[in-house]
Design a protein around this ligand. Structure first.
Ligand SMILES: [Zn+2]
Length: 320
């Protein structure tokens, strides 16, 4: 067992569902898993997806990995949890978990006595995530976001772990990497807290807009497979891929007003400081605000829905 997840005999694959039996609110749900026990010794590796329930390419890629990996080629233990935000999936929840309308990926390390999401974060982190040497959390742009593929990790301050995360990020095959310092950046995110707790943890983003575009799913499958080979969880030589370029910071632009957003840039487009990246009008078309790039950089994601609340997220620019 790794926490509530049974691990099969050496050389075998098993699927099933687990729950967190000690918490009545969590135990109303069951989470799917696919577990592999290698025929030979090797690392422990956790693949998760669907902490944002409408980021379907990550979920689909995790499921596909669970069906396509050959247990005879696995070394050590691989566990795949394809859908963390179980309450949100059939509700098509954007960003949040419908149990408490919080973003699950802002609640780590969680709280055993807190809200549903805080308790889930606590149990997931302490019973499962920290038992692994490596982890990757698969994301996409949410139902109302598009993005250009990137990977990310938060440095831990431990040189060995940071080097492991760098090697994992380099093996995915993305063009960009968002690397956060070992400071207060990215508070509450699962991969960041996992890295602080001893796991070589990264995230990867591919796809978005609620679309299961094959190229986006295949990118995740290929990227994770290559990382598994690079860390020794899977037999075979890793494919040589170009390492990603690091952005200096990740600037998330939010709207100063409620209004209709007209995005004037595309994902992957490079912008200069002061460039107009979009504007907002009211419901009779009167101009309300112009949004400009705060830095030179590349547009890593943008929101595709024009309906924006005050302080609503608009787009993310990786500073260059
Ligand atoms: Zn996400």
């Amino acid at each position: 067992m790794i926490g509530p997840i049974p691990i099969p005999a050496a050389g075998e694959r098993a699927t099933g569902r687990f729950t967190f039996a000690g918490d009545a609110g969590l135990a109303r749900y069951e989470w799917p898993y696919i577990a592999f026990a290698g025929a030979s010794r090797g690392p422990t590796f956790l693949v998760t997806a669907g902490i944002h329930a409408a980021e379907y390419t990550g979920i689909e890629a995790a499921i596909r990995l669970g069906r396509s990996l050959d247990p005879r080629e696995v070394r050590g233990t691989i566990v795949i949890i394809p859908l963390l935000n179980r309450p949100g999936f059939y509700e098509r929840s954007i960003y949040v978990n419908p149990e408490d309308n919080d973003n699950l990926n802002r609640l780590f390390p969680g709280d055993a006595k807190g809200t549903w999401g805080q308790r889930f974060a606590h149990h997931l982190l302490t019973e499962i995530v920290v038992r692994f040497e490596h982890s990757i959390d698969l994301h996409a742009g949410d139902l109302i976001e598009e993005l250009t593929p990137f990977v990310g990790y938060r440095e831990s301050g431990d040189a060995t772990r940071d080097e492991r995360m760098r090697a994992m990020a380099n093996a995915y095959g993305a063009k960009w990497v968002v690397k956060s310092g070992a400071t207060g950046e990215r508070p509450g995110m699962m991969y960041a807290v996992a890295a602080q707790r001893g796991v070589a943890a990264i995230l990867a983003e591919s796809g978005g807009r609620g679309l299961l575009i094959e190229e986006d799913v295949a990118r995740h499958v290929r990227g994770v497979t290559n990382i598994l080979r690079a860390v020794g969880s899977l037999a075979g030589e890793p494919e040589r891929v170009a390492p990603p370029r690091a952005v200096k910071s990740f600037e998330w632009l939010r709207s100063p007003v409620e209004g209709i957003f007209h995005c004037r840039v595309a994902v992957a487009q490079e912008v200069r400081t002061g460039d107009v990246v979009g504007d907002l009008t009211d419901l009779v078309g009167e101009p309300l605000a112009t949004v400009t790039a705060p830095t030179d950089g590349v547009v890593l994601f943008s929101v595709t829905s024009p309906a924006i609340k005050k302080d609503g997220l608009l787009l993310g620019i990786g500073a260059l």
